[in-house]
Design a protein around this ligand. Structure first.
Ligand code: SF4
Length: 289
């Protein structure tokens, strides 16, 4: 998937770089603002707005190197799309909620809104680099700029954002991008041998056996891929937006040209050194080497 336009002279990896979590520049917002519940992902319950007991005064995690071993697998999967550092350093201008407790409630309320705006920016940035979506470039640019403007707003305005409405509006264009890319995949891969498997939006594929499957251009929007065997499968130009990839076995799979793949999904799946991933994502350290 090469870029059809060198937007602002940046590669897709460079453009997406600020949308990766930078915990060093964040005041532990995901470890404080968000709740978690005792489960296979978290060792115990924590309410929203309460700092995790493992969060130190310098906002570092005291169990960072052993999260999976002690029952905090969810922390190794989570990715804030860079919303943490945006809220900490820009929206709240570097004002630490411990030193300025009066800002705490607003900061914790803004964080989930910013997370969603950054998530949309992630998808729109990807879409703007897709040659197949060039026919709707103007609309995508418009949605991108509107999202950027929302992100840059002062805290009070951010709290008033109708995020549901904005998500719905952006999603209309992301769905069109998906159609265009998958139409292109149909043309590009029509001569490829092997049965191509078609699925619909929100497909229930929990535990399905799709080893070595040809999933080029598949519609896996919101699909349940929990513990799905995708070993060696080819997901080139498959739309994975919102797909639940927890424990999906992607060892040796080709994810390098997936549409709307996120670091969160990659972290949740089980891959290895043979899994092909896009250059703009990081191979999870907990994957099998
Ligand atoms: S265990 Fe560590 S990474 Fe997870 S929420 Fe607590 S402080 Fe944050």
């Amino acid at each position: 998937m090469s870029t059809y336009q060198n937007r602002r002279n940046l590669s897709i990896a460079q453009e997406l770089s600020p949308l990766h979590a930078n915990c060093e520049s964040c005041f532990g917002l995901c470890c404080t603002a968000l709740p978690y519940a005792a489960s296979s992902d978290f060792a115990k319950d924590k309410a929203a707005g309460i700092p995790c007991s493992n969060l130190q005064s310098d906002y570092r995690c005291c169990v960072h190197t052993e999260l999976r071993e002690i029952g905090y697998r969810g922390c190794t999967v989570y990715d804030c799309f860079g919303a943490g550092q945006q809220v900490s350093q820009n929206t709240f201008e570097g004002k630490d909620w411990r030193q300025f407790p009066e800002a705490k409630d607003a900061m914790f309320s803004v964080f989930p809104i910013m997370w969603q705006l950054h998530e949309l920016l992630w998808y729109l940035t990807q879409a703007l680099h897709l040659p197949a979506a060039s026919t709707i470039q103007h609309e995508l640019e418009s949605a991108y700029e509107k999202t950027k403007q929302m992100i840059a707003q002062p805290r009070d305005a951010l709290l008033q954002v109708d995020i549901g409405s904005h998500r719905a509006s952006v999603n209309t264009w992301l769905m069109r991008v998906s159609e265009l890319v998958r139409e292109e995949a149909n043309k590009q891969y029509k001569h490829v041998k092997g049965r191509r498997t078609a699925f619909g939006r929100g497909a229930d594929l929990i535990g399905a056996k799709l080893k070595d499957a040809n999933l080029q251009g598949a519609n896996l929007r919101g699909a349940y891929l929990i513990a799905t065997n995708l070993r060696g499968a080819d997901l080139s130009m498959a739309d994975l937006i919102g797909a639940d990839c927890r424990d999906a076995d992607v060892r040796g799979a080709n994810l390098s040209e997936c549409l709307f793949l996120t670091q969160f999904q990659l972290n949740a799946a089980k891959g290895d050194c043979h899994t092909k991933i896009p250059a703009y994502l990081v191979r999870p350290s907990h994957w099998i080497s």
